[in-house]
Write a protein that binds this ligand. Structure first.
Ligand code: GLY
Length: 413
């Protein structure tokens, strides 16, 4: 069995390790992969377009391709692979817009009565400023319309900050063309919850709930990142919230997907917030989350490959989970998500126990070297979040590199 995993983060290393653990005979390919994936499979070297990847899959008789990266999903990779009759996990282009085109996603939510924060959309800076001038402004969230690695979201507390945020996104183009259009959204106070699910073209089957720590600093301060840690399950997700989620988010999402003929086989991620005891959808992702995946997969009892194949064949899916909690802490290079140094020697990786995942690190002449902003994912597993957190932080004590930075409050809710 040959599987190609597309992406280069800790998430892709976690997917690869889980597949291999369940099915030791699988041969894994990664594009582009990272220093960790190289040790459990083959990294495809060079610059490959999605067309090149489809040729590679055909030539190498790849049985299944899993796309981790949202950027590649927006390049119509699933449509292309399907055209060549290649098996691939992920949404086709029209469905990938649920993540890659925020204005599309928000209008989908509105049309199908999916509970979400109020918003306005703008395709010009002047119109957005005009809106701010005419309205009383408290806290707002300004979001790029397109993909920005989780970073194109700015929380503002007053009119001035909102104007600055618009300038950063639409004039200074901090997030490139993803900020050509923006959403201005009401800010909801509350606790965020991530729910990843698998979609078999008929049913959406949720995984355990998780919590992602998006900000760079403790107590959720500072810039947004791709994610600095995650815990499973999310302590704020109680039975009442699950029922609310099913009724007001999941079921109307399924109805919308079916009505719009957006159905696909793959993952659907719900980025949620519980505010005043009601659950709201902040965003969809059409892939697994990073670092939620790194916290979730070590708790999955089911054979992940069989589960994917069942979903692929539209069969019923029943996911079994270990009755444990998990805590993932991301070790990053100081300066991330902005400028950071690379090439620092990492000591101690050989001293830590599984599970852990490599993100931005590479092995050169038997030495681990930093090569990215988010470097390592260290996981603790135990019967409580508190203990899982203790285990993760204990493991971290063994790791050293110049400019090592991590949040100290992952798992403190
Ligand atoms: N953790 C959120 C994401 O993967 O974008």
């Amino acid at each position: 069995m040959k599987i190609l995993i597309i992406g280069s983060g800790g998430r892709e290393h976690a997917i690869g390790k889980k597949l291999l653990k369940d099915n030791p005979n699988i041969h894994l390919y990664f594009y582009p992969g990272n220093g960790g994936t190289k040790l459990i499979g083959e990294n495809i070297e060079g610059d490959y377009s999605v067309l090149d990847l489809s040729f590679f899959s055909k030539k190498n008789n790849i049985d299944l391709t899993i796309v981790g990266s949202e950027f590649i999903l927006m390049k119509e990779i699933v449509d292309l692979f399907k055209f060549y009759k290649l098996n691939i996990v992920g949404p086709h282009y029209l469905a990938a817009r649920l993540e890659g085109d925020r204005i599309f996603a928000k209008s989908f939510m509105k049309k199908y009565g999916i509970r979400n924060p109020k918003y306005e959309e703008f395709d010009s800076y002047d119109k957005a400023i005009n809106f701010l001038e005419k309205n009383i402004i408290n806290s707002l969230v300004i979001k790029t319309n397109g993909l920005a690695s989780g970073k194109g979201v700015i929380l503002t507390h007053n009119k001035n900050e909102a104007k600055q945020a618009l300038k950063t996104i639409m004039i200074k183009k901090k997030f490139g063309d993803s900020g050509n259009k923006v959403i201005i959204e009401e800010f909801l106070q509350g606790n965020e919850v991530s729910i990843i699910s698998i979609f078999n073209n008929k049913e959406i089957i949720p995984f355990l709930s998780s919590k992602d720590y998006k900000k760079i600093e403790d107590n959720d301060k500072g810039l947004n990142t791709g994610g600095m840690g995650a815990i499973v399950p999310n302590p704020y997700m109680n039975d009442y919230n699950w029922i609310d989620f099913q009724k007001n988010i999941l079921e109307p999402t399924l109805e919308g997907i079916m009505s719009e003929k957006l159905n696909f086989f793959g993952f659907l991620y719900f980025g949620l917030i519980i505010s005043n005891n009601k659950i709201y959808l902040l965003e969809y992702n059409t892939r697994m989350g990073d670092p939620e995946t790194q916290s979730l997969l070590p708790l999955m009892k089911s054979n992940f490959f069989k589960l994917l194949m069942n979903a692929f064949n539209g069969e019923k899916i029943n996911i079994l989970w270990k009755n444990y909690c998990s805590c993932c802490v991301v070790l990053s290079s100081k300066g991330y998500p902005e400028k950071y140094s690379k090439g620092n020697v990492i000591k101690g990786i050989n001293l830590i126990e599984e599970p852990f995942y490599i993100a931005g690190a590479d092995k050169k002449n038997d030495k681990w070297i930093t090569s990215g902003g988010r470097v390592l994912n260290i996981i603790g597993i135990s019967s409580s979040i508190k203990e899982a957190r203790n285990i993760a932080y204990k493991k971290i004590e063994k790791i050293q590199f110049n400019d090592l930075y991590y949040r100290k409050d992952i798992g403190l809710f």
